[in-house]
Design a protein around this ligand. Structure first.
Ligand code: SF4
Length: 408
């Protein structure tokens, strides 16, 4: 099913290790990956909720495994250990958790020049198809042209194909790096939905990281020829605010409001699945005829769920019910059938592949059509599997960097 990668796990493993050291990754030794070396850090201390799910599901085949995360469990790289304030998304207030700003700081310290508020709107090539410049707008819409020897397009999985499509020329009428026609195609994320229920015992979500653990054992098997793989993520986000809002909206007030906040904040928990979606050329990013504030065409997205995803969703729902039963849960509230949330894990739109006829870049992230253009983005991943895409994208980018360096 899906598409083949042009590289093997063994090609990427040293770069996974490098990415984990650079970003500061903690992970469980029993997470099932065929690793050659341990993670740089042990997992963050288990939350009470994670512990109780693990204990109550023991023996069922649904092993609860601490998530691999770029989150410090000890003071690491000049940043403190996680202190469990439960505010990891969108950003950790004490930088216990890695974010892209740290990479920018490191790049500037190493001599890189960062041009802020520069919106690139065109990539320029020469007669030999080599890239020679990028053009950008400053906030006053003044135009600038930057030349270089090697170019790395490092926007996300939507903006990267958008910029390639925007850069069409007399010779490349369908946009740059697009002789295959696949720029923007095969858009994938991780569709998901969830179950909220009231556990029998007090679990008090909200202490420790917001997404501490997953059930990963359901993500591979022969069923994947027909039905999407999935991971079940156990949420540990504080429920106090949403519970309070809901109770006030229902007209609950006074001592009863306090009693109910205490009860539900302790008992209400939620699960969500993280489903695989297959690469499909019809799921794609194209240029819209609508423009942004700078007059640049916006991206327009076509994205639909297939039966493969629907079947995976049905299988996940059956597991939700099993888990809620083992937690003696009541008041089960499923996301309505057919409704899927997104996870911002944007992949596939500038896929790597061995065949230039149906992919955008090679295994080193180099554009098949332009020898000095590389793409570093989650968008180069040809398939999405069931886990967050950042670590793999960083590992691929480090492999690209080594290749660029060796060939400079
Ligand atoms: S729980 Fe989240 S927000 Fe709090 S310190 Fe740890 S990573 Fe940061």
């Amino acid at each position: 099913m899906g598409r083949d990668w042009p590289i093997a796990y063994e090609d990427l493993e040293p770069f996974y290790q490098e990415a984990e050291v650079k970003m500061g990754v903690s992970g469980a030794p029993n997470n099932g990956s065929p690793r050659a070396k341990p993670f740089p850090m042990q997992p963050v201390a288990e939350s009470f909720l994670e512990q109780r799910f693990r204990e109550r599901l023991a023996g069922s085949g649904l092993d609860v495994i601490t998530n691999t995360t770029a989150r410090n469990s000890i003071n690491y790289d000049g940043r403190p250990a996680c202190c469990g304030n439960n505010n990891c998304m969108p950003i950790c207030p004490i930088d216990a958790q890695y974010h892209g700003g740290l990479a920018v700081d490191a790049a500037e310290k190493a001599g890189a020049k960062l041009v802020e508020n520069a919106v690139v709107y065109r990539i320029e090539h020469d007669a030999q198809d080599r890239i020679v410049a990028v053009h950008y707008y400053d906030p006053d819409k003044g135009t600038h042209r930057v030349t270089g020897k090697t170019f790395i397009l490092a926007a996300n999985g939507i903006e990267s194909p958008k910029l390639l499509l925007l850069s069409s020329s007399e010779k490349f009428k369908n946009g740059l790096a697009n002789s295959s026609g696949s720029v923007g195609q095969n858009l994938m994320d991780h569709p998901s939905n969830g179950l909220t229920f009231d556990a029998e015992e007090e679990l008090w979500p909200g202490r420790g990281p917001m997404s501490p653990a997953s059930i990963n054992g359901l993500r591979d098997g022969a069923f994947r020829s027909e039905s999407a793989a999935f991971r079940i993520d156990i949420s540990n986000s504080s429920r106090v605010e949403s519970i309070t809002r809901n109770l006030i909206a229902k007209g609950v007030y006074g001592p009863e409001l306090e009693r109910q906040i205490r009860f539900y904040a302790a008992h209400e928990v939620s699960l969500k699945n993280v489903l695989e979606i297959l690469p499909n050329p019809d799921n794609k990013v194209v240029l819209s005829d609508k423009k942004d504030a700078l007059g640049i065409p916006r991206p327009q997205v076509h994205y639909a769920m297939s039966d493969y995803v629907h079947k995976g969703m049905a299988a996940a729902k059956a597991q939700y019910i099993r888990i809620a039963t083992m937690m003696s849960g009541t008041n089960l509230r499923h996301t309505p059938d057919g409704i899927y949330g997104n996870n911002q894990h944007i992949t596939g739109t500038v896929s790597m592949g061995a065949d230039a006829k149906n992919s955008v870049v090679d295994g080193f992230g180099r554009a098949h059509d332009h020898p000095n253009l590389y793409i570093a983005s989650t968008g180069v991943m040809p398939t999405a599997a069931t886990v967050n895409s950042t670590l793999t994208a960083v590992a691929i980018a480090l492999r690209s960097a080594e290749h660029i360096h060796a060939n400079a």
